[in-house]
Design a protein around this ligand. Structure first.
Ligand SMILES: [Zn+2]
Length: 487
């Protein structure tokens, strides 16, 4: 790779799935609904209908633009992008070409401990097309069916400058952007549902040259893995062409996941002339200072701020703070649980340890966690109060996970309260000592290690309910006592 520098850019389509209705009509935004049930004459593209813009969609894109440090156009308007395709019944898509909502911003990424800004060229609003369902999926290998539920769904399109120079930077950018969008609450960003779609452009230039090489775009990327795989394959392809003295042709490629190669698109997509012109059915939108100030005031806490606050306010390490603020769902969970017990360290440990393990085993995400944060907080509180031991807590958490009962309820029902009564523990220890004369002999002959064996036996006899520190102390006392008596 050493003879060439790589430039990678991205175009990202974000479905504003958190909104209640489509961009130019009042149809709901659905996923998985029966085909063509969320439609009306506007989103079906009937002649003579008029679009009415959804103000909430403009606000969502304004928030994205602000979070990406963009300049905001105080006058923004819509344009028609003309092309014919069965999933676009009007024969044009309403988009923004000349006065996008935001432009000239940046997103900070971190790679190997270094921060870098990836430039954002443009943030704009447009409508989604309908969805074509081909062949077998449509129940007929020769057919293509069209579902208009997606037609007119608001999309925020984000275009970056080709500022990324490695796969690591590309990955960091994708992760940071998705995180930012989740924090803004504009989309659920589920890639498998097409709510977040990436297209990449790749060009190579000789090391030291300031002139960008010929750009190749790659489409059909529906996961982070696909984006990274496709860009890696495309870099390799272009490098081989350049090394053999050839020229890279500007074109659009598709990612073939099965063969792990990029292939030219059959249609002449790059040769399109969309004949953009101003959308005559929609008036330009004035974004005045008052509106912008209200939105700025409404901006939620963003990932970087929350990460820094977690380290400062809860005294978490960088590693824990980063993991816990990776998504708003984990950050919110952590704060809600900590509020109950006042022990951020313990909550962080349980979340990143046992509870994460249970979620992994069940194949669940944090948004589906069967243990509400209040219950985890209550469990830690029971530990702090000395009601239960760590060992019991581990068992308890598993039961909370499967039954969704509160920890207090389970502790009461199953009598899991920790034994902290010295007299009761002494009695149990006496029995254990009496039952293991050989181990006592070993201790007397100087083997301290058998102490652990005795504590284990006590835990077993009490089904884990003995307070471990107390059990340890009392076992030692009992054995020391035996030493005195034997000498
Ligand atoms: Zn509609």
């Amino acid at each position: 790779m050493s003879e060439f520098s790589v430039n990678i850019g991205c175009e990202i389509h974000v479905e504003l799935s958190s909104l209640h209705s489509k961009l130019f009509c009042r149809c709901p935004i659905t996923y998985g609904a029966p085909p063509n049930t969320a439609t009306c004459p506007v989103c079906l593209g009937f002649p003579g209908v008029l679009p009415v813009v959804n103000e909430k969609a403009i606000e969502a894109v304004l928030k994205v633009a602000l979070a990406l440090n963009c300049k905001i156009n105080t006058l923004t308007k819509f344009d028609r992008k003309n092309y014919y395709y069965p999933d676009l019944p009007k024969g044009y898509q309403i988009s923004q070409k000349y006065l996008p909502i935001g432009y000239d911003g940046w997103l900070e990424i971190e790679v190997n401990g270094k921060t870098k800004r990836v430039g954002i060229a443009d943030v704009h609003l447009e409508e989604d097309t309908a969805k074509s369902i081909h062949g077998e999926e449509a129940g007929d290998p020769t057919a293509t069916l069209i579902d208009f539920n997606r037609s007119g769904v608001p999309l925020c399109e984000i275009v970056t400058y080709p500022d990324m120079n490695s796969l690591e930077e590309l990955e960091a950018f994708m992760v940071s952007l998705r995180q930012l969008l989740l924090y803004l609450g504009v989309s659920e960003c589920r890639m498998e549902r097409g709510q977040l779609r990436f297209e990449a452009s790749v060009s190579l230039r000789p090391k030291g040259s300031n002139q960008l090489g010929t750009r190749v775009e790659i489409k059909n990327l529906n996961s982070f893995r696909a984006v990274l795989g496709a860009v890696e394959a495309e870099i390799k392809r272009q490098r081989e062409i350049l090394l053999s003295g050839g020229k890279v042709v500007q074109q659009t490629m598709l990612w073939n996941e099965a063969l792990k190669i990029t292939e030219p698109m059959r249609t002449k997509e790059t040769a399109h002339d969309y004949r953009y012109f101003p959308e005559p059915d929609l008036v330009p939108v004035v974004v005045d200072e008052k509106w912008l100030n209200r939105l700025k005031a409404e901006m939620p806490e963003l990932p970087k701020q929350r990460f820094e606050r977690f380290m400062h306010e809860y005294e978490l390490g960088e590693y824990e703070a980063r993991l816990l603020t990776a998504a708003p769902v984990t950050a919110g969970y952590f704060e809600a649980a900590t509020k109950i017990c006042g022990d951020p360290k313990a909550i962080a440990n349980w979340m990143l340890g046992d509870l994460q393990g249970l979620l992994n085993d069940a194949g669940k995400g944090w948004d589906e966690c069967p243990v509400p944060p209040e219950h985890l907080g209550e469990m830690v509180k029971l530990m702090r109060e000395g009601v239960i031991s760590v060992r019991i807590a581990k068992e308890l958490l598993k039961e909370m996970f499967t039954t969704q009962k509160s920890p207090r309820q389970i502790v009461e029902e199953r009598g899991l309260v920790q034994i902290t009564d010295e007299a009761e523990l002494r009695r149990i220890i006496e029995e254990v000592v009496a039952a293991n004369p050989k181990a006592v002999q070993e201790f007397l002959s100087g083997n301290e290690k058998v102490l652990g064996f005795f504590v284990g036996q006590v835990m077993r006899a009490t089904k884990g309910k003995a307070n471990p520190q107390l059990a340890n102390k009392l076992v030692r006392e009992a054995l020391e006592q035996a030493k005195v008596t034997s000498s």
